[in-house]
Design a binder for this molecule. Structure first.
Ligand code: COA
Length: 181
């Protein structure tokens, strides 16, 4: 069951069937998709959004999750926060590695508000409270906005890597302060 997480301004909750229109609005935008995946593509039909929400709902795990990030004041969905095993490079279909990644996709109407960093900080706290030793994030080299989020939430840049997703990415890592030796 995906844990509910609250921050000062946001509520992170499991995806609901009623979020399909928001998912379609979010993932049909090139500005959102342009740095995601090895062959970025926008969502082209509402049925793809139905399928995406279904996949988000499937990830049932006590620690990992794909959250719908909503604004507390009015319940409006503003983005997605992910915490899940990151696929290792190798033969398709890619198998999960031992590392857990954090990721974020926010609606451009809500960029520049600090929402991604606020939600990600809370998810990192949740991950570390559950005992994960470290969390990684990977970004396209050109994705400066996402790299800024990594830095804002205390992740350290460790250069580029080809370890994950069969792609060269910028690697960011943060260690669990409670288990760091
Ligand atoms: C990556 C992404 C989530 C970053 O969004 P963002 O809104 O810039 O990130 P933050 O939530 O950290 O907000 C920081 C901005 O809000 C501003 N801000 C305003 N109020 C703030 C507050 N209370 N707290 C913190 N920052 C605040 C900051 O100054 C900063 O603006 P700046 O970049 O102009 O200096 C967004 O660009 C996105 O969804 N992109 C598409 C998907 C994507 O590429 N995902 C990553 C794949 S690796």
């Amino acid at each position: 069951m995906t844990a509910e997480i609250k921050t000062e301004r946001l509520a992170l909750r499991p995806w609901e069937d009623s979020d399909v229109d928001f998912a379609y609005d979010l993932y049909s935008r090139w500005v959102v998709q342009r740095f995601i995946g090895t062959e970025p593509a926008v969502m082209e039909s509402r049925s793809e959004a139905v399928e995406r929400v279904r996949r988000f709902q499937e990830l049932q795990h006590p620690v990992h999750g794909v959250w719908a990030v909503t604004r507390k004041e009015d319940g409006l969905p503003v983005g997605t926060l992910l915490l899940k095993p990151i696929p290792a490079s190798g033969e398709e279909p890619l198998a999960p590695s031992d590392d857990v990644e954090i990721g974020w996709h926010f609606h451009p109407d809500h960029w520049g508000s600090g929402y991604a960093s606020e939600a990600a900080t809370a998810v990192l706290e949740h991950a570390f409270a559950a005992g994960l030793p470290h969390v990684v994030a990977v970004t396209n080299s050109a994705n400066e906005a996402s790299q800024s989020v990594c830095r804002r939430i205390g992740m350290e840049h460790q250069g580029t890597t080809k370890k994950y997703y069969n792609a060269r990415c910028e690697l960011f890592v943060v260690k669990n302060p409670a288990t760091e030796s």
